[in-house]
Ligand binder design. Structure first.
Ligand code: PHE
Length: 357
């Protein structure tokens, strides 16, 4: 091989670059670099031949050679980066673990589809019954302010009636101003405020949702439970409308042999107020442990909307009257499906849950 000369430099660079591009992996690249820059390489020979030049010419030739070398070294570094990335990707692909494959190939679990829980299906059925009776469905927040859960419902601060609901407070702002709603009744206030603001009265709505009370769970109570609230505000609404809706709902949901009864009660936001009870579905009225031998099970409360509540939301009582009711969705599920102990609903024992698929 004849000695390379500086005239051939561009050609040498081009050759080196195309060799670098052709390297398919890190090893080839290392070998390529050794050849392109090694002791016997054209570059090294050219470097050595610089010594034969005059100082002026040597400096010029030296810097030309230097920049040619740099271009080759840069190309080498770039190629190295590209190859390393490719190898990393290949490694990722090789390491990928498809857990689905593992289960199918080795474990062969019987795959079973899940299904909605008993509360979700109970709520959906209740909604269907009320929609069939002409109600709309509304929703409200689970975290409430004192105004919606108590004050607007005619329960002023320090009122003894607050003792009816043991409350979980949320540490936010002033103490005891933000809370987990103890019933769905605050949603009544939201609906009435909106209807007044948008001038969309009358209201015929039910409002299902989760509620919270600082109660110790027992066979008939959970600390996190569900209620469905009903509210009708219209012209000429009377207690007879309320009693009719409760009885119609009872028969639609529990069946023709179950009836309802209203007993005088007290709620700050209704006047008059009543508790509504249905025939115990476990003993069909004969008396059993679940109904404390009375033959009746309390489902919820109801009454005519108190004028103080209408005043809080700005509804004109010379034109409108209304009724409200609220009862436990969990209690409905318990009665309809004969669940002796309500705590089973929250236990998440799959043997229990599977009964309601
Ligand atoms: N909010 C009441 C409770 O949870 C029930 C109720 C609703 C009573 C509507 C009257 C009217 O105890």
């Amino acid at each position: 091989m004849s000695k390379p000369t500086l005239d051939q430099l561009e050609e040498l660079v081009a050759q080196a670059l195309s060799r670098i591009e052709a390297c398919a992996n890190g090893d080839e690249l290392t070998a390529c670099e050794a050849e392109v820059h090694g002791k016997r390489s054209a570059f090294t020979q050219l470097q050595r031949s610089l010594g034969e030049l005059e100082p002026e010419a040597r400096r010029e030739a030296g810097s030309t050679l230097q920049s040619a070398r740099r271009r080759v070294l840069d190309a080498y570094a770039r190629r190295e980066g590209v190859l390393a990335e490719g190898e990393r990707q290949a490694q990722y692909e090789a390491d990928r673990l498809d857990l689905g494959d593992v289960v199918a190939a080795h474990v062969r679990l019987p795959l079973r589809a899940g299904h909605p829980g008993i509360i979700a299906t109970t709520q959906a059925t209740l909604e269907d019954v009320f929609v069939g009776m002409g109600f709309t469905i509304a929703d409200g927040p689970q975290i409430e302010t004192d105004w919606y859960n108590f004050e607007a419902l005619n329960i002023p601060p320090a009122h003894p009636a607050r003792g009816m609901w043991d409350t979980f407070y949320v540490e936010l702002g002033e103490p005891e101003t933000v809370l987990l709603r103890t019933h769905t009744s605050p949603t009544q206030i939201h609906l009435m405020e909106e209807a007044v603001a948008n001038d969309t009265l009358p209201i015929h709505a039910v409002m299902p949702g989760r509620c919270f009370r600082r109660d110790t769970p027992d066979a008939r109570h959970l600390a996190a439970f569900h209620q469905i609230e009903g509210l009708v505000v219209d012209e000429g609404i009377t207690f007879a409308d309320l009693a009719g809706v409760i009885e119609k709902f009872t028969k639609e949901y529990f069946g023709p042999e179950i009836t309802s009864r209203l007993r005088p009660a007290y709620f700050p936001f209704t006047e008059p107020s009543a508790e509504f009870e249905i025939t115990c579905t476990l003993c069909r009225g004969a008396g059993c442990r679940t109904c404390s031998q009375t033959g009746w099970i309390e489902l919820g409360g109801c009454g005519m909307v108190d004028p103080a509540v209408f005043a809080a939301v700005g509804i004109d009582t010379s034109r409108y009257s209304g009724f409200a009711f609220g009862f436990g969705i969990d209690r409905c599920a318990q009665m309809r499906h004969g669940i002796a102990d309500m705590r089973a609903i929250a236990d998440n024992d799959v043997r229990f849950l599977e009964q309601f698929s």
